[in-house]
Structures are given as structure tokens and as C-alpha cells.
Design a binder for this molecule. Structure first.
Ligand code: SAM
Length: 421
């Protein structure tokens, strides 16, 4: 079981209070988590194990599972760290991730792709993941039919006008069956001796338990939801009256529609292009046991599988980070030959779908996840998806890559998994 799975198995009882200590030896978490993810471990107060940001994801995944949620949209997804927990929620069939920070999304989009383990042990249910650039204050019909919306440590980043307007987009127009909101509990801040001001430089406010609960009850009344309060991260013995470090509200609609099937497919025609407020950054189709893929999905899965397979050959490693994979050799995979009649067809598909090619278009530049990078650290294993990178400058550095190659032996057809019917 992955680390995430083990943690999850511990249920709510996992929340351990640890002795106060300086933030220097704080669990590093991921490198990116230092940038946007709320990390209370840096505040010099109570320490939590697992770190609180992970406990929030686990809490969220537990709730989605408990409510049998099939489709969820996570607003303010930042580096998409929640993906490692959401991908383990068996009932989920569709995940939408929305953030307004395009740089963070671009840097994190590989995280929505299936992992090796997802291919080796496919899910029972299909799973599609879509990542959008957009704001929680805007309504976009592509995420309109979701069962649940989550906002993990997001609302405190909203300006006053945004805080006023977003409930109309979420509660009023999407009207999901379930809404989960977490936010820092200002009452708890007195346990952080190093804290001056708010917990994060970008926070516009931090609410006490009373302020948060009053706001939530007002939304629940206005939009006809029931609301329950909970949270993650209890302080040391004696601090119970302060409540949780991160407070949470779980809204359940009083008039739930039946659990939605999949959201309208991305490829289905939009109601009206002009209605689209978000920009699609990336999407991924995860393998599952009863695969009935569209041709496009089959092609993407096979291409990603074969790119990963080929990139394991040290012959093609440009560096520890990149592999330069000749399209001619890629096309020797039996499954790719079946799907793409000619090497030229494959090249066109790769270019059209945004795979970075060498300047002479003979090879794909493929990013290899480094050992010790975040996914490894989180116990997830190696990423199995398309891991794009910036195309190189046209300085010819890759132009003769093919000439350096040793003769190529095409793999046996059995190697080219998954079998697609
Ligand atoms: N939910 C993530 C987590 O728990 O790890 C990260 C939360 S991070 C502290 C807040 C994120 O909200 C940032 O990535 C920021 O770009 C995003 N954000 C701020 N305002 C937003 C808005 N109006 N719509 C969507 N995302 C927004």
C-alpha cells in the first residue's frame, strides 16, 4: 500500500500532537508545498503528523468516499497535491481541478496523469481528470454537473468582493450535493508563538470559529443546505476550547439531485463557446478494468505507455531529467503501429497534442521524473504519464540524437500493455 493509503487507513485517529519545536526540522513535505500549500509546520507551534496539509487532503477524501461522490471539483487546487489522495477514492469518476495561477498549474499538470501503479492495478471505475485555469467566482458549464465542490484553504485568499460573489457561482449555480470548505481557525493562532499577522502572506483574513460558522450558516440558509462543522489538527491537551487548527464546514444540499453521471465530455459540443470562463490546461484518462475507451483515449494511453517504456532505456537519456525518444522507434511498438498507420501519422498526433518535439521533429523530448522528486517522497512511485517540458531552443542540441542510437529491437507485442479492445 502506498504511504497515502496507509495514512488514510488510520482514519481520523491519525492526528497526533507532537512536542513543540522549531520550524527548521519540520517535515519538508514537497518542495512545491512550501510555495502555496498552507504549511502550519513553519509557524513554530504544535506540530502534526502527518503534516496538516496532508491531513486536510485525507479528511477531504474520506468525506467524498463517505458520500459516494462521483464527480468533484476542487477550487484553489494549487500544486494539485490533493490528487494523490483523490486518485484513491474508488467512487470518483471525474475530478476537476481549478486554480487561477497559471504558472503553478503548468508546473503541476503532470500530477494528474496515471501512475505506473494505476496501470498495473487499474481502478474498477473510469476516472477522468481535468485541470482548468479559472476563478471560483466564475461559473463554467463544464464543471456544472458535479456532485461535490471542495475548497481547501482557499476562501481566506479571496478579496472581499470575491468572497461576496463566489457563493453565487458555487452554491447558487453549480448547486452540488456536497460542498466542503476548510480555512484556518484564528482562535488557534495563539498556539503559534512565531506567528505575526496571518499564517500565510496571501491571506486576506482569518476567521475565528464563530465568524466562520456564522458565515457558513448564512450561506446554508440562503442556498438551502444543511451544514456541519469539523476540522483537522487538535492542539495540545488543554487547548481543546480553541478548536481545530483548520476548521471545516461540510454543506449537504437539502434538495439533492441524484448522483450525477459523468460530466459532459470535453469533446461534446459546448452549449455555447462564449459560456466558457475557464481555460483547459490539461486532462487525463486513467485506466480502469472495464475499459471502453474512445479512439482518442486509446491513442493517448498507448502513446504515454510506450513513451514511458522507451524512456527507461538508458540509450535515450539526454540527462537524468530528459529522454530524447525517436519517433521512428516509438512507431515500432506493435500497438502504436496498429493505431498509427505511418510514422508520419504518429508524428502529427504527437505534435498536435502538444508533446514537445526536437527542432527537426524526429524525436519526442520526454521528462523523466527524478528519484527523490515529490511523488517519490510522497510514496507514490514514479509518474507514468506524459510529462511535458519546455521545448529546447532551436540550437541543434537534439538534432543528431537519432544518429547516436544503437540498432533498435522492437518490443514483443505482450510488452505493449494495456491491452485495449
Ligand atoms: N488547496 C490547496 C491545498 O490545500 O494544498 C492550495 C491552497 S493555496 C493556499 C490557495 C490557492 O488558491 C492558490 O493556488 C491560489 O492561486 C488559489 N486561488 C486564489 N484565489 C482564487 C480564485 N479566485 N479562484 C481559484 N483559485 C484561487
Amino acid at each position: 500500500m502506498s504511504e497515502a493509503g496507509e495514512e488514510k487507513g488510520q482514519g481520523d485517529a491519525h492526528v497526533k500532537y507532537m512536542k513543540e519545536s522549531s520550524s527548521k526540522d519540520e517535515d519538508e513535505g514537497s518542495k512545491q508545498s512550501k510555495q502555496a500549500t498552507e504549511d502550519e509546520g513553519k509557524l513554530g507551534g504544535p506540530r502534526f503528523s502527518p503534516p496538516l496539509y496532508r491531513q486536510r487532503y485525507m479528511f477531504c477524501a474520506d468525506i467524498l468516499e463517505k458520500h459516494g461522490i462521483k464527480s468533484v471539483v476542487d477550487f484553489g487546487c494549487a500544486e494539485c497535491q490533493i490528487m494523490m489522495y483523490l486518485r484513491q477514492v474508488a467512487c470518483l469518476e471525474r475530478i476537476g481541478l481549478v486554480d487561477r495561477d497559471v504558472v503553478t498549474l503548468e508546473l503541476s499538470k503532470h500530477k494528474i496523469q496515471p501512475l505506473i501503479t494505476d496501470h498495473l492495478d487499474p481502478r474498477d471505475n473510469p476516472l477522468t481528470v481535468e485541470m482548468y485555469l479559472g476563478s471560483v467566482t466564475d461559473y463554467d458549464p463544464r464543471v456544472a454537473q458535479c456532485d461535490a465542490v471542495t475548497m481547501i484553504e482557499l476562501i481566506e485568499h479571496l478579496t472581499e468582493p470575491e468572497l461576496k460573489s463566489f457563493p453565487d457561482a458555487i452554491f447558487g449555480r453549480i448547486c452540488p450535493r456536497l460542498i466542503l470548505i476548510t480555512t484556518p481557525n484564528a482562535d488557534f493562532n495563539q498556539l503559534f508563538p512565531d506567528l505575526t499577522g496571518f499564517r500565510h502572506w496571501d491571506h486576506k483574513f482569518e476567521w475565528t470559529t464563530e465568524e466562520f460558522q456564522n458565515w457558513c450558516r448564512a450561506q446554508a440558509d440562503k442556498y438551502e443546505y444543511d451544514v456541519e462543522f469539523s476540522g483537522v489538527g487538535m492542539g495540545p491537551p488543554g487547548s481543546e476550547p480553541l478548536g481545530y487548527c483548520s476548521q471545516a464546514a461540510i454543506f449537504v444540499s437539502k434538495s439533492p439531485t441524484s448522483s450525477s453521471p459523468l460530466l459532459p465530455s470535453l469533446s461534446s459540443s459546448p452549449p455555447c463557446d462564449g459560456d466558457f470562463k475557464y481555460t483547459l490546461i490539461s486532462s487525463a484518462v486513467h485506466p480502469h478494468k472495464t475499459e471502453k475507451f474512445t479512439l482518442e483515449e486509446k491513442m493517448l494511453l498507448e502513446v504515454n505507455y510506450c513513451l514511458n517504456h522507451l524512456s527507461k532505456d538508458p540509450l535515450y537519456s539526454e540527462s537524468w531529467e530528459n529522454a530524447v525518444l525517436p519517433i521512428g522507434n516509438l512507431h515500432k511498438y506493435v500497438k502504436l503501429k496498429e493505431l498509427f498507420k505511418t510514422e508520419e501519422d504518429l508524428r502529427f498526433f504527437l505534435a498536435d497534442r502538444g508533446y514537445p518535439l526536437t527542432p527537426d521533429s524526429t524525436s519526442v523530448i520526454f521528462r523523466i521524473e527524478e528519484e527523490g522528486e515529490e511523488e517519490e517522497e510522497e510514496g507514490e512511485g514514479v509518474e507514468w504519464g506524459y510529462q511535458p517540458m519546455e521545448p529546447p531552443n532551436n540550437d541543434g542540441q537534439f538534432s543528431d540524437a537519432e544518429e547516436d542510437l544503437l540498432p533498435w529491437n522492437p518490443p514483443e507485442s505482450e510488452e505493449c500493455w494495456p491491452e485495449i479492445v
